[in-house]
Design a protein around this ligand. Sequence first.
Ligand SMILES: [Zn+2]
Length: 323
Amino acid sequence: MSKETSDNIFKLLGKEIAPGQSEYLEMEVAKLHTRNNIRIPIIVERSKKSGPIVLLMGGLHGDEVNGIAIVRKVIKEKLNKPIRGTIICIPVFNVFGYLSLTREFPDGRDLNRVFPGSSKGSLASQFAYQFTTNIAPLVDYILDFHTGGADRENFPQVRCVVTEKKTMELAKIFGAPFILDSKYIPKSVRETTHKMGKALLLYEGGKSKSLDDSVIEIGVKGAANVLRHLKVISGSTSVNEPIVVKKSKWLRAAYSGMFHLKVKNGAFIEKGSIMGIISDVYGDFDKMVRAPIDCYVLCVNTTPIVNKGDALFHVSVESDRAD
Ligand SMILES: [Zn+2]
């Protein structure tokens, strides 16, 4: 139970925010050797009525710009104005990575592998610690927006542990085409906040360094669905029945060469169908990549060149319609 739900006192980063108030805050996360302070803008909107506290965040990986664009659009469309409870938006979590369009922090670390962080740790770890101690304890629900890494393009999907009732309910309401069963990754923000008793839903769509309108649209609609379901904003939810993927796997390149993609992301592919072709650059061979099973395509690698062992496709192994 959050502070808001229990006594309606809400204090974030030392600032008391009264019911009905909007606040623009900056979380100071680090001081650079250039003597510049790094501050993360946080936009807080409180309703006069008490209710759940929901956090929306993008750009945990700085090059995953679709996530940043989703939170931006939620703010732009005023979907972050609650009729009860509180909505906190952090559009750009990892400002370092965003500025240089890189996944990692300047210290080379992946921010999403250093949670809960430490005040005496690396730059990324200090950053994570600020979040874990100052923001996470206050919130009830978190929507965390991501994309595939490098050239791997994820078809819009939400990830959670499908046997956990609370997050699975949110996943269905979100309404992305796929729900993927996904175990907790050690030291991720999802694992840390789960241990704190928070419900976090992770959305994945598109690829890094790339804006995709349909991915952004599904993300914004999903966020609105969850907020409406929690009765934090008004309106009714509209959801297409998602496909729940209980088991999935990666198909990897058996050869190195030029990679020609032959399937549409999100499509259902029958066993034996050609999914891609790997070609020798000197014309020696063209090797077909065939579907080993009937499967949905959850992610495609859009790179023009692959090395043996590279991940080409993420596909479903066991899937079902949500009930
Ligand atoms: Zn990510």
